[in-house]
Every structure is written in structure tokens, then in C-alpha cells.
Ligand binder design. Structure first.
Ligand code: KIV
Length: 259
């Protein structure tokens, strides 16, 4: 097993696993100094391209952003989201995942789903490909984005699916918007780490979309905490630039060339 994957698994019950998304090199290189895992999430569809759904994200888009991220990630485990409709069957998944790994040199891939993707996970794992699971809200296929585990039956189904995923060989599982007591039950009952987003501090690790965390989106989902307002910083800098250009304060002689 890949050493970086082992390191993630070994953190369970020892120290929290720090994960964030990245879509490009510079941001990825900053995250690489602080994160255990950097995810090229298909959330880039809404964050960067204004797509209504992650369904519109293509393999080419994921590959291009992942190549950029790879330039910034040396230490963390780099995981790439397989986009919608690229892993409908084990054969299709294997072909597309191999392409993603070949082109991006990522360490692992993430797939959304439960029971329906078990044969796919098994095929990938058999081919020595590290797979991260993703249950709870499934942005690629869910119609409503409400938290999961409100009803007992739904909670039992999700718990069961995490066990199936674990047995199929995933090395960790994202729990997206899962009710607090259910995320504890899942985290306690499976051996691989759980990575929460909107699923309470019961999880073994946490993930957020970096653009949400630094104030580069207008998203205000309950689970987001904004740690900085980078939009404001950019706005201030652009205003200053505009004013200096107008007043001929920029560029100065030191920014210009002279024979
Ligand atoms: O696409 C994404 O960014 C994700 C994480 C938020 C878990 O799947």
C-alpha cells in the first residue's frame, strides 16, 4: 500500500486528518504545507465555472486542474474526484481512472455512492488504485441537498453502505452533511477514517472547499466557516491599482525599461 495512504489510515483515533480542496498550483502548494490530503474536488464546477450541478464537470476539466494541483502538492496525499458519468461500470471506471492517474500522477481517486459502486470500488482496489468513498449528500446525483440521517431507516442504510465500502477496500470515506449522532456511529464502527463536511467534529478528519474557507465564494451553507475574506483583499488591491494608474503613480521609473 502507498505510504501516504497508510499515513492517512494510521491517523484514525490518533490525530485529526486535515483536508482541503484545491484547483490550481499556487493554492495547492500552500495547502501542501498544512494538509494531510488535498482533494481536486468536482465542486470546481460550481466554484469556478458557475455550473448548476457537478454533473457538467468533464474528465478533461478534472485532468487539467489536477495537473496544475500536482505541481503544488509534494507531501500531502493528492486525491482527484472522478466526475459524474465516468464510472458507471467497473470497466469504464478502470479505464477512466487509469487515464486520470496517468495524466495527473494523482495518488488516489474519490467516487460518490454506496451499494451501487461496490463492484467498481472492488475492481479499482484489485488494480491497486487507492479509492476514497463519499456518502451522505451526493452532489453528483442527489436532487435535494438536505442533511442525511434524519430518519432512522436512512441512517441505517448509510451506516450499512459505509461498511460495504470499507469491505470493498476504500481507505477513507467522506461523510457529507450527516447527522451528528450518525457520524459518530459510523466513525466508531468502521476501521477506516471518516472525513466530515457538515458532519460534526465526530469524524476522524475534516474537509472544506478552500474557496469557501477564504471568502472567495458567496456560499453560506451552515457547515462553512469563513476564516478570511480574500475577496475584500483583492478588491482593495484592484481599487488601489486603478487609482494609481489614473493618477500616473503607477508604473514608476523602477517598473519601466530605459536604454
Ligand atoms: O467536490 C468536492 O469538493 C468534494 C468535497 C467538498 C468533499 O467532494
Amino acid at each position: 500500500m502507498n505510504n501516504k495512504v497508510k499515513k492517512i489510515i494510521n491517523k484514525k483515533n490518533k490525530s485529526k486528518i486535515i483536508c482541503l480542496t484545491a484547483y490550481s498550483k499556487k493554492v495547492a502548494s500552500i495547502l501542501d504545507r498544512h494538509c494531510d490530503l488535498v482533494l481536486v474536488g468536482d465542486s470546481l464546477g460550481s466554484v469556478l465555472y458557475n455550473y448548476k450541478s457537478t454533473k457538467d464537470v468533464t474528465l478533461d476539466i478534472m485532468i487539467n486542474h489536477s495537473k496544475s494541483v500536482r505541481l503544488g502538492v509534494q507531501n500531502s496525499l493528492m486525491v482527484v474526484d472522478m466526475p459524474y458519468n465516468t464510472y458507471k461500470t467497473p470497466k469504464e471506471a478502470l479505464k477512466n481512472v487509469k487515464l486520470v492517474i496517468k495524466k495527473t500522477k494523482c495518488d488516489a481517486v474519490k467516487l460518490e455512492g454506496g451499494r451501487n459502486i461496490i463492484p467498481i470500488v472492488k475492481t479499482l482496489v484489485k488494480n491497486k488504485i487507492p479509492v476514497m468513498g463519499h456518502v451522505g449528500i451526493l452532489p453528483q446525483t442527489d436532487k435535494k441537498f438536505t442533511f442525511k440521517g434524519k430518519r432512522m431507516s436512512e441512517g441505517e442504510k448509510i451506516l450499512e453502505e459505509t461498511k460495504l465500502l470499507e469491505n470493498a477496500g476504500v481507505f477513507c470515506i467522506v461523510l457529507e452533511c450527516i447527522e451528528t449522532k450518525l457520524s459518530k456511529r459510523i466513525t466508531d464502527q468502521i476501521k477506516v477514517p471518516t472525513i466530515g463536511i457538515g458532519s460534526s467534529s465526530n469524524c476522524d478528519g475534516q474537509v472544506l472547499v478552500i474557496d469557501d474557507l477564504i471568502g472567495m465564494t458567496d456560499n453560506n451553507f451552515k457547515f462553512i466557516k469563513r476564516y478570511a475574506n480574500v475577496s475584500k483583499i483583492i478588491e482593495r488591491a484592484v481599487k488601489k491599482y486603478k487609482s494609481e494608474v489614473k493618477k500616473k503613480l503607477f508604473p514608476k521609473a523602477k517598473h519601466s525599461f530605459k536604454n
